[in-house]
Unconditional design. Structure first.
Length: 353
């Protein structure tokens, strides 16, 4: 630590991203990436991109991406904000709407970036316990919160909250800004995007990293009423006014246009998830009812860290979180069918001792 660190920097406990190994060839089921390549249309657009155009700044608002999101969800482009990955969009949301004067709340088991951003932006927060089956009871959140944020489906549990329940929350808490992080919504849930025209206290966040196979491109977006999106633009233009580069913009637009490829690949992932879940249940492994591109599992007779390290030795990377209540659980990304067959074989080996 340098003596020049600010107090805030000294006190930060940064988010720890999943491992991206360079040395050995692993079956990589640890960071919820999509096992299928991006849409052929995306790759064609990038191949045909005029590289000489890179000397020019990109469109500052990511207009073509906004337009494609607006068209996909049947909303206005003023109700969309795009950023360099949904992590950045979330950071802008924290900065635009929350500060040290009022508390926000999120589940005690959820995406671990929320407490990190709270600390970075000095936002006081409470963690509301999930039920013993890991489900989120949104009616339990105190009434005086400035904001509530959760992932739906939640991470790392994969559990999904139906839209009508979120709508009840929006109705009952008109003075609370509700952020629904839908990073995994395309693998079995219904988006809350349809509610943004009726509720000015809702922001829906999505990413192209998971269901559109573009984690390496870094594109995420938010949807909400124009006034909320304008708040995000104020922060963006005070921080980095060109967050999406030229290549990211044309590629993201293509990914949003090619709905056929998107639907085909996400259906394949859902099918493989169902197959894997059935196999694991038949072996006595506990799983949650995940609607995401990962399973959350507990293998009997072995601790989480031990299972993680055994699978690593066997060439499979998964994720384990050292947090109370879930330290014996593994989050396993859905890969292609053959990868999941191999995973099931290795888990059989663990169970056989
Ligand atoms: C719940 C949740 N939200 C947001 C993100 C961030 O995604 P990205 O920054 O790649 O868009 C992730 C990534 O794993 C996630 O799990």
């Amino acid at each position: 630590m340098s003596r020049f660190y600010s107090r805030n920097t000294r006190e930060l406990v940064p988010y720890v991203p999943g491992e991206q190994p360079k040395d050995k060839k692993f079956i990589k089921l640890n960071t919820n990436e999509n096992p299928y390549p991006p849409s052929p249309l995306v790759m064609e657009r990038i191949r045909n991109f005029n590289l000489e155009d890179l000397r020019l700044y990109p469109n500052s608002e990511g207009a073509v991406v906004k337009q494609a999101v607006a068209k996909y969800y049947g909303i206005s482009k003023d109700e969309v904000f795009v950023g360099n990955g949904s992590d950045e969009v979330l950071a802008f949301i924290f900065k635009a709407f929350f500060d040290d004067t009022e508390k926000i709340g999120f589940p005690d088991i959820t995406y671990s970036f929320y407490p990190v951003y709270s600390a970075l932006f000095n936002v006081p927060y409470i963690r509301v316990p999930v039920r013993s089956d890991f489900s989120i009871d949104i009616s339990q959140y105190p009434e005086d919160l400035k904001g509530i944020i959760f992932a739906n489906p939640n991470a790392p549990t994969g559990l999904y909250i139906a839209t009508y329940k979120i709508e009840e929350l929006l109705k009952n808490r008109p003075n609370t800004l509700v952020i629904v992080d839908e990073a995994y919504i395309d693998f079995g849930g219904e988006s809350c995007a349809g509610l943004i025209s009726r509720y000015d206290n809702l922001i829906v966040v999505q990413t192209l990293s998971k269901s559109r196979s573009l984690a390496g491109l870094r594109v995420g977006f938010a949807m909400g009423c124009k006034e909320l999106m304008d708040g995000l633009v104020r922060v963006k233009d005070s921080f980095n006014s060109y967050p999406l580069d030229r290549i990211a913009q044309i590629a993201a637009e293509a990914a949003l246009i090619d709905t056929e490829y998107f639907n085909e690949t996400r259906q394949r992932i859902i099918k493989t998830r169902q197959w894997t879940q059935e196999k694991l249940l038949s072996l006595g492994v506990k799983t949650t009812d995940s609607k995401a591109n990962f399973l959350f599992v507990k293998i009997p007779g072995i601790s989480g860290p031990e299972a993680l390290s055994f699978l690593r030795q066997e060439g499979i990377l998964v994720r384990n979180f050292n947090s109370p209540g879930i330290c014996d659980w593994l989050r396993i990304t859905i890969g292609i069918q053959e990868e999941m067959e191999e995973l099931v074989e290795k888990i059989k080996k663990i169970i056989a001792g």
